[in-house]
Design a protein around this ligand. Structure first.
Ligand SMILES: [Zn+2]
Length: 255
């Protein structure tokens, strides 16, 4: 029996994720956006929560920690860079640290930019990445506590993963992101096809997440600062990738 993933739509547009290892019986919640929704999902599956893996300190990611610990006795793993914002965790992790779910392991990537200590959890063998608010379907996280340079460095780490990697982000922002992406690269045929696919999914109220890294690299403007068409549109032919990324991020902030 292999790793199971349960996706939990909660709050207005968040996704929680439960990872369950049937062999050890361990269950991890990626973040804790909504304790009640997570407890209900655990009950539905008859799973017992043993760990929370936090990506960053925002309330819609760590706000359910205390309640879940109280109800389940789970442990909390949190980013070392946000120790003061997520007090009381059992372990604080850095880039390259490994966390375990039964015999499955995930590697910690430091992906600052959205917040100053944001991390992602990458399961290399399962080709899954739990990315919090770093990259979204056709979008990327806002720069609340970090710089464009930091975020570009973080996205570059994720882009180095295999194209088949499934990206599990924490929000359903896809339809909105698609409208913006079309203003940046309207001639991108992969993007146009994807926008249609997204419309069809959302019309049936179905999630557009997770998505493959390969598809993101072809359609997400924030991962495409090297696109000649984008550079031409932004009159940034001689800029470097980080500068073009910063321009796209600034445009999205005003969109
Ligand atoms: Zn956030």
């Amino acid at each position: 029996m292999s790793l199971m993933v349960k996706q939990i739509p909660c709050l207005s547009d968040n996704y929680g994720y439960l990872l369950h290892d049937p062999v050890s019986g361990e269950t991890v919640s990626i973040d804790s956006p909504d304790a009640n929704a997570i407890l209900t999902a655990l009950e539905e599956e008859n799973w017992h929560l043993t760990q929370i893996w936090n990506t960053h300190h925002h309330w819609d990611h760590a706000g359910g920690n205390a309640e879940l610990v109280k109800k389940t006795g789970c442990i909390i793993i949190a980013p070392a860079g946000e120790r003061d914002m997520i007090p009381g965790a059992d372990r604080y992790v850095h880039e390259g640290d490994e966390v375990m779910l039964g015999d499955y392991n995930a590697r910690v990537l430091e992906t600052t930019g959205h917040t100053r200590g944001h991390i992602c959890y990458v399961m290399d063998e399962q080709k899954k990445a739990f990315v919090g608010d770093t990259v979204f379907s056709m979008g990327c996280g806002r720069l609340f506590e970090g710089s464009a340079a930091q975020m570009w460095n973080s996205l570059s780490k994720l882009m180095a993963l295999p194209d088949e990697t499934l990206i599990y982000c924490a929000h359903e922002y896809t339809a909105d992101n698609a409208r913006f992406a079309l203003t940046i690269e309207p001639e991108n045929q992969d993007l146009l096809a994807r926008v249609d696919a997204v419309k069809a999914l959302r019309a049936k109220d179905r999630p557009t997440v997770p998505m493959s890294l390969g598809l993101e690299k072809r359609t997400n403007p924030f991962l495409r600062p090297d696109s000649p068409a984008i550079r031409h549109r932004l009159k940034a032919e001689s800029a470097d990738d980080e500068q073009v990324f910063a321009m796209i991020r600034a445009l999205k902030d005003k969109f």
